[in-house]
Each structure stands twice: as C-alpha cells, then as structure tokens.
Design a protein around this ligand. Structure first.
Ligand SMILES: [Ca+2]
Ligand SMILES: [Ca+2]
Length: 96
C-alpha cells in the first residue's frame, strides 16, 4: 500500500470553483459537451447538473437562460466561461 505523497496526488482532487482557471474551464466544457459539437445544449447541461444534484427541467432552463447571452439556445465556450466568472465574482463579494 502506498502512501499519498502531497503534490503528486493533486490530479485526484476535484477542482473547486475558486481555483477554476481557463484550462479547467475548457476541460469542464468538454466534459459536458457530450456530442463534441462545441456547444452545450439544454440536454447536455441537464445531464451534467443531474449528476451533481437533483435539478428540475425548470432549473436547467433558468440556468440556460442566464448563461445564453446571444439566445441561440446553446452555450458556446465564452458563454460557459462567463457563467463561471460570474459565480466566482458573486462568491468573492459574499466573502467580504
Ligand atoms: Ca453538444
Ligand atoms: Ca448561446
């Protein structure tokens, strides 16, 4: 049995939202974009969210609506990244 060596096992850690950089963002985006068409649609967002929590179709639609800035009913990477940035900002304001 091997001991966990700090620094070598960091890849096992789930990224926290505060430490999400553009690289992690892109990885997340690709994880959610199941059909790899470069966009996250409502179904893909719903699937991803369902894995994390119990969420209703309405919740997913609200999230989609908020994130979908150009209203084409799918999320491009900049739109997705924008949401992450927004959440990070809201969180950092709360901490103050
Ligand atoms: Ca897709
Ligand atoms: Ca869009």
């Amino acid at each position: 049995m091997e001991k966990n060596i700090p620094g070598l096992s960091t890849s096992d850690k789930k990224p926290s939202l505060d430490s999400v950089d553009s690289k992690t963002c892109l990885w997340l985006f690709k994880e959610i974009d199941k059909d790899k068409n470069g966009y996250i649609d409502t179904n893909e967002l719903g699937d991803a969210m369902n894995r994390l929590m119990t969420i209703t179709d309405v919740d997913v639609k609200v999230m989609m609506d908020y994130a979908d800035k150009n209203k084409d009913h799918r999320l491009s990477f900049p739109e997705f990244k924008g949401v992450i940035e927004d959440i990070k900002q809201i969180r950092s304001k709360k901490d103050r």
